[in-house]
Structure formats: C-alpha cells, structure tokens
Design a protein around this ligand. Sequence first.
Ligand code: C5P
Length: 220
Amino acid sequence: MIITIDGPSSSGKSTVAKLVSKFYSIVHIDSGSIYRAITLLAIDNNLIHEKKVNIQYLLKCLEENKISFKKKEKNIFKICINENFIEKRIRTSEISNNVSIVAAIKEVRDYVLKLQRKIAKNQSVVMDGRDIGSVVFPNAKYKFFLDASLTNRSERRWNDLKKNEKDISLANVKIDLNNRDILDTNREHSPLVVPKNSIIINSDNLSIDQVTDKIIELIK
Ligand code: C5P
C-alpha cells in the first residue's frame, strides 16, 4: 500500500500523513526532511553562498555522510545524519530559506529518489512531499494533494516557528513561504504539481482530523 500526499509548504501534509499512517499501522516518511537534512549538510559545510550551492562538494558530502531514517517509536521513523537524529536542527527558518535551492538540484533529487524507492520496496508507506505522486510513485493507488490559502498556511507555520524563534514575524514567514512555493513550482526537475489521478483536498476550512478522516474514507 502506497499513499502519497503532496502539496505546498505548510499545507498540513506531514501531520495528516502521520495520522493516516497511524490508522493503517504503516510507516510514514516525510520526504521534505530528506531535503532539509541535505541542506543542513550544505550549511554546516559552508557550501551555500549568495543562494548558490557548491554542488560538487555537496555530492561529496552525501557520499561521506549517511542520511537515513531511524525508528523513533512504532512506525515513526525520523531522519538522521550518521545515525544521529537532527529533527530540531532541520526545522529552523535558516534551513527553510535555503532548502528549495538545494531541492532544485538534479543530482540531489536523483539521490533522494533512490532513497525514497528503497524505503518503499518491501513495506507499505505513507509519503508526503512535492513530487511523490507525480515522480516518485506515479503508479501509487492512493494519491492526494493537500492545499490551503497562503494566509492560512503562513499562520500555521508562524505558530510553529515562534515556539523556538521568538522574533520571527508573520509577514516574513508569509514572504518566505511564498518564495519557496514559487521556487518549488517553477523548478525544472520534479516541480510541485497536482499529480495525475490525485484527489485534491482544500484544508482551509477543515481541521487536521477532518482532513485525515476524509482521506481514510476516500481510501475505503
Ligand atoms: O515539506 P517541507 O516543507 O519540509 O519541504 C521542504 C522543501 O523540500 C520544499 O520546500 C521543497 O523545496 C523540498 N521538497 C521537494 N520534494 C519533496 C519534498 C520536499 O522538493 N518531495
């Protein structure tokens, strides 16, 4: 069973995907966390200057460091670099503001694609991201696209970020989210699209639980 949930930034994909995976007792993979981990490697190794990435060195870093998912609780797998959990470090606005340029690199996407398909080779999975139903698993039986207005998505993201970044403003979060959506939608390789045969759900007036119930109902 492969369930794909795509959508723009902060549309609630990961939260819903986690709940759907819990309902079916299958694994949830947040594919954005892989791109965030690679961005963390790039930043830690000083490989991003003026929004340009040193691709050659980044690929070397990917050879020398192991990015993987490790079990945290039942069916909850979290991203690791060299077996260390990095969840908190990949959720900062610094990572968010650089991840889309890293995710636009063809070689990076090829690396991530291999990892994603390997994970789903022998097990059922709910995977969320931008290209899961279109490129990673185009033949998946259950495909969803979650959407919401930029205003609602920005507010959700701001509420999350301000727990750790007290000075962050809603206006800046909105600008960053919009920039990321523009980059993700217009990039050459695997852009954010509504995948063929996917069901679109707008979550503007729905709670997380309502979206989750709707997906489970549609799968049934
Ligand atoms: O989902 P999240 O906001 O954590 O994703 C971070 C970034 O990773 C996205 O803005 C996008 O640039 C990239 N991404 C992607 N393809 C995916 C998942 C995420 O390009 N399947």
